[in-house]
Design a protein around this ligand. Structure first.
Ligand SMILES: NC(=O)c1ccc[n+]([C@@H]2O[C@H](COP(=O)([O-])OP(=O)(O)OC[C@H]3O[C@@H](n4cnc5c(N)ncnc54)[C@H](OP(=O)(O)O)[C@@H]3O)[C@@H](O)[C@H]2O)c1
Length: 162
């Protein structure tokens, strides 16, 4: 969401707000990116991310990490699926090597965008539906996000030349 001040401002909070630089559009932000690593592109919001970003920048290369393969109907979509159960730490490490090898070949320059999207919830009285479900939820929603960000961090920084 982008907020734009239309009237002269007076309160300190508004003055501070008005001094903020203009927010770039998503298309502008994407201009320096060549590839996207997304988790959970097989459905819902993750799938919509791929569809939207591919529409905004068709040259983007997508690497999807999820258990199911995405079924996305976008012409000439550059998408590679890396089967990965994010509840399993070893699978994140294994797919990282595969993703790096793939991107080095397909998109060796340009920035890489990491979208940590995979996740799920639980409903009912704790520990419904099961303790196993609760623990897997922590693994996917929290541990995997920290692990992915940590494992990909150097790669994202190096390729971004920051
Ligand atoms: N929709 C909402 O209103 C809402 C609200 C708040 C937060 N969120 C969060 O937004 C994210 C996307 O939600 P959504 O509505 O798009 O959910 P969704 O349609 O159920 O999609 C969830 C995605 O997460 C992936 N995923 C689940 N467990 C995984 C695992 N063990 N390993 C790898 N990938 C796994 C699934 O892929 P596979 O099954 O193929 O593995 C799927 O692509 C989730 O993190 C969710 O918690 C959603």
């Amino acid at each position: 969401m982008v907020w734009v001040a239309r009237e002269p401002v007076s309160t300190p909070a508004q003055i501070k707000f008005a001094a903020l630089p203009a927010v770039s559009s998503l298309s502008e932000v994407l201009s320096s990116y060549s590839s996207v690593v997304v988790t959970g592109g097989s459905s819902g919001i993750g799938k919509s991310f791929i569809e939207l970003l591919a529409k905004l920048k068709p040259s983007l290369t997508f690497c999807n990490l999820s258990r199911r393969k995405p079924d996305i109907n976008v012409p000439e979509l550059k998408l590679r699926h890396f089967p990965c159960d994010l509840a399993k730490s070893a699978e994140i490490d294994r797919t990282f090597s595969e993703v790096v090898a793939y991107l080095k070949e397909i998109a060796p320059t340009g920035r890489i965008l990491l979208i940590n999207n995979s996740g799920f919830g639980a409903y009912g009285h704790f520990p419904e539906p099961s303790l196993q479900h609760q623990l897997e939820m922590l693994d996917v929603n929290i541990r995997a996000v920290v692990q992915l960000t940590g494992v990909y961090h150097n790669l994202l920084r190096r390729w971004a030349e920051v």
